[in-house]
Design a protein around this ligand. Structure first.
Ligand SMILES: Cc1ncc(COP(=O)(O)O)c(C=O)c1O
Length: 448
């Protein structure tokens, strides 16, 4: 196919289609994807690219996975859709909830399904508020989250999201949402005399709870590794302390596992790295490897028992909750993840990727930090390594590096000063090495 094929489709696209994060200017030079083969995507010109971010962190099994396709097709042929509202259910949703009860944190055994991650954030916020009302503490409604956290962009999720670029054109935000600093090992500055950087960063939560009044705070939500905010794994002592603080002040701890769930970080779920159990979780993306839009929440036995004993309906619902086709693909995906040891694969391949990036780029004067956990890694660029001074966001350094990478056959995403990679877990070693090489070459092409 010629370059004209993609350009012609983009012209038609621009005439009628609006996109997530829509920007007419950005999209004018967009890509039109028409095919996928394992860890590669194929554009309308027939060119192959490494799928550097697994779609949007979701497609861990890669494209063309027969057993996921067959599970979805079989379910569609048997019964395309039936309501999942109270009073109706379907076998695939029952099976998927059973599988999740087995592989998630031991105290999380009750699940509600959504169509994606943002809906899961809203569902957890509403679950937390409902729970505290049932417990006779209706004033516990506030949500604390972190700067650089991403939890989706429905109105409530956007208020929890701690990346301010998502807010200005949609103000006013809802009241009752508070943000604390990210533990960000490369940048968080602990106060003098702090026990450790991780403990100091966790203690920011205690300060915020006390400032708001513990009797007003419903929940704290955090990604085990901040993803869209720039792949930021925390210090090992951070989450254990967060758990202590949440327990001390009766604040529900919510683990947003939309990216970290199902093996991405080298464990099945992210907080398992630090032996911490949350009160609630949320997941999406890799639960179906992106083959169907499915997400959801999981809640502790304590919350579920309170809910069941109350007799008060949870007036929260989505038409596509427990969609049989999504759940059928989710069940097949759970089998695949366990059989092929996705967490183990992500740990080994992630190590290769991180070590490769460090070997290739650690000495570059504009590379400030190279970090990752499992198969999610990032390179943070700085103007000055000694002072960690960032580039002006208007310079769009990482976007320029991303453009160079695309020209060399690697398609991924960036924050203004951070280039991120999180390929499908089925990727092979040779392609990982190619990603490293392209990232290094692209860095040199932009920064010398
Ligand atoms: C951690 C996290 N939570 C929530 C979301 C929102 O998910 P969705 O885009 O499916 O609404 C995302 C999306 O990237 C995410 O990374």
């Amino acid at each position: 196919m010629s370059n004209d094929a993609e350009a012609a489709l983009l012209d038609r696209d621009n005439a009628h289609l609006l996109h997530p994060l829509h920007s007419h200017a950005v999209h004018a030079t967009g890509k039109v994807w028409v095919g996928g083969e394992g860890a590669f995507l194929v554009d309308a010109n027939g060119d192959r690219y490494i799928d550097g971010l697994s779609g949007l962190w979701n497609n861990t099994a890669g494209n063309g996975c027969r057993e996921l396709v067959e599970a979805g097709s079989k379910q569609l042929a048997e019964m395309a859709y039936a309501s999942g509202y109270s009073g109706s259910t379907n076998p695939r949703a029952i099976e998927l909830a059973e599988k999740l009860a087995r592989i998630t944190y031991p105290n999380i055994n009750h699940f509600f399904f959504t169509s994606g991650g943002g809906e899961a954030t809203d569902s957890n916020i509403k679950m937390a508020r409902y729970y505290w009302k049932l417990k006779g503490q209706p004033e516990k409604t506030k949500v604390i989250s972190r700067i650089w956290g991403y939890h989706g962009v429905t109105l409530a999720a956007m208020c929890a999201t701690g990346m301010s670029i998502y807010w200005p054109m949609f103000e006013p935000r809802m009241p009752g949402f508070v943000h604390i600093p990210s533990p960000y090992p490369y940048r968080y500055e602990a106060p003098e005399g702090a026990e450790s950087q991780g403990i100091a960063a966790a203690d920011e939560l205690e300060k915020a709870i006390l400032a708001e009044g513990p009797e007003t705070v419903a929940m704290f939500i955090a990604e085990p590794v901040q993803g869209g905010g720039g792949v930021i794994p925390p210090q090992p002592d951070y989450f254990p302390r967060i758990r202590e603080i949440c327990t001390k002040y009766d604040v529900l701890m919510v683990s947003d596992e939309v990216i970290t769930g199902f093996g991405r970080t080298g464990k099945m779920f992210g907080l398992q790295h630090w032996d911490v159990e949350p009160d609630m979780i949320q997941y999406a993306k890799a639960i179906t490897s992106g083959y169907f839009s499915l997400g959801g929440i999981g809640i502790s036995d304590e919350i579920a028992n309170t809910m069941h004993e109350s007799g008060k309906p949870w007036m929260h619902a989505y038409t596509y909750s427990a969609h049989p086709t999504g759940c059928a693909i989710g069940c097949a995906m759970m089998d695949l993840i366990e059989r092929e040891d996705f967490p183990g694969q992500a740990a080994a391949k992630g190590k290769r990727l991180l070590v490769g990036l460090k070997d290739a780029l650690a000495d570059h004067p504009n590379v400030g930090d190279i970090r990752g956990l499992g198969l999610m890694c990032a390179v943070e660029y700085v103007k000055d390594r000694a002072t960690k001074e960032s580039f002006d966001p208007a310079d769009g350094i990482a976007a320029k590096i991303n453009a160079e990478a695309v020209a060399r056959g690697l398609f991924s995403r960036s924050r203004p000063d951070v280039f991120m990679v999180a390929p499908p877990i089925i990727i092979d070693d040779e392609t990982i090495d190619q990603m490293v090489e392209i990232t290094a070459e692209s860095t040199r092409a932009v920064l010398g």
